[in-house]
Design a protein around this ligand. Sequence first.
Ligand code: SF4
Length: 470
Amino acid sequence: MSTPTPIVPEHFKQLVGERIHDDALRGNIRRATRTSLEKRLAVISDYDDWEELRSLGYDIKRHVIDHLPYYLKKFEHAAAAAGAVVHFATDAAEAREIVHGLAVQRGGPVIVKSKSMTTEEIGLTHALEDAGIRTVETDLGEYIVQLAKEPPSHITAPALHKSRGEIGRLFADTLGIEYTDDPEELTAIARRLLREDFLAADVGISGVNFAIAESGTLCIVENEGNVRLSTGLPKTHIAVMGMEKLLPDMESLGLFLNLLGRSATGQRLTCYTSLITGPRRPHERDGPDEVHIVILDNGRSRMMRDPHLREALFCIRCGACMNVCPVYQSIGGHGYGSVYSGPIGSIITPVFYGEKRSRALPFASSLCGACAEICPVKIDIHHHLLWWRKSMVGSGDAPRSERLMMRIFLAVSRRPALFDLAGRIARLFTPLFRDGDGGISVPVWRGSRSFPAPPKKSFKQLWRHHEQRS
Ligand code: SF4
C-alpha cells in the first residue's frame, strides 16, 4: 500500500490531483454541501431583514476587533471574577504547553475533548497523544476522523467527506465490531464507548464559539450533547479560544446564535447552547471544580493590525463559504492541506502556517464571490484572496516565468495599438499550439490548465462588422 500524501498546504497540487478525479469523494462532498445550502436557504427566509442582520453582525464584529485590547481586558476581569483562570498564549507552542501542563498536573487516564477548530489549529490532540495522554474526540464527526487518523475536512462537519458505508467499514476495522452502515446503530456504538471515557476523565477540553466580555461567559453550541458532558463531568474544564471570539454582551449573542446556526447547519438554533461562567458554585450540583481559559493569539494580532487581513477575524466559523465554493465542492477540505479549508481557510492559513508554505491557497479560487455573498458577517472574502495573490506575487514568490509573462501582458495591454497587433499575431500563430482540449498550452500552466484559444475575430473587428450591418 502506498503511503498517503501528508495533508499539509505545501502539497496542494498533489492533494488536488489525488482528489479531483475521485467521483465517490466528490459525490459525498457535493451531497453534504448541497443539503446544508438547501437547509440554510429554508431558514434564512424566516427573516425579511436577513441582509440587515448580516450587516449588524459585521458592525458588531468590526467594533469588537477595533477595540480588541479593551474587550480582552474586560473579559479577563469578568472571567476571573467568576472564578475562571485566564491564560494568554502567544503562539501554538505556548498554548499546547499550557494545556499539557494543566493536564499533567491533574492526571487521569483519559482526556475527553469536544470539537474545536482552534485546538486543531495548534495540533493539540496529537501533542497530548505524543506525550502519552490518551485524548478522545467526543464529537461524532471528530470521533470518526480520529479513528481514520485524518484531520477534519470541514469546519462544522469534520467527516463530511465520508459516506455511511465508509464509516461503517471504518468502525468495523478499528473497533472490531460487525459491519453496519446504519447511522443510528453507528451513533449508538460511538455513544456507548464514549460514555465510559466521559465517566473516567478528569479533564475535559473544549473550544469556544463566543466569549461574552461583560460577564466572562463562554458560549459553546453543538447538536450531540457531548460538549455538555466534556465540560460538565470532569473536574477540570480547559477551554481554548482564539482572541477574536469575543462579543460585547449577551444581547449581541442572540444575533450571533441566529447567524451561526442558520448559516452553518440550517438550524434556527443548535440543539444545545451551553453558557459557562466560571466553575461550579458551592450550591450547584453539577459542573467542574476548575475552569481554565486559554486565549490564543497565533498571528491574530498581526491580522488585527493589517487592514487587508483584519476582516478575517470577524469569521464565526460557520462553514457556509465552503459549502458554496465551487473549488471546495470539487476537492473537499483535505485538498487544501490545511486545518482551515475553503475560501476563509485560504485567507488565514498563510498567517497561521506561513506564506511560503501556503502560497498556492489564495489562487485556489474562481473569485466568483459566492463566499462573500453567503457569509453571515459579510466578510469580503474574494477581495481578500485577491489581495493575498497580489501580495504574494509582489513579494517575488511567484515563478520567474509567470512574473515575466505578467509584465509583458501589462506593458502590451496599456498600449492599444500594441494590444491590437498582439491580438492579430496571436490569432495567426496560436492554432499551432492548440492542446487536445482546444485551448492553448502555456508553459507555466502546463499540466494544470490551458489558456483559452483566441476567437477568430477581435472584439473591435466584430464591432466594426456590427456597425457596418446596422
Ligand atoms: S468566512 Fe464567513 S461564511 Fe466563511 S466560515 Fe467564516 S463566517 Fe462563515
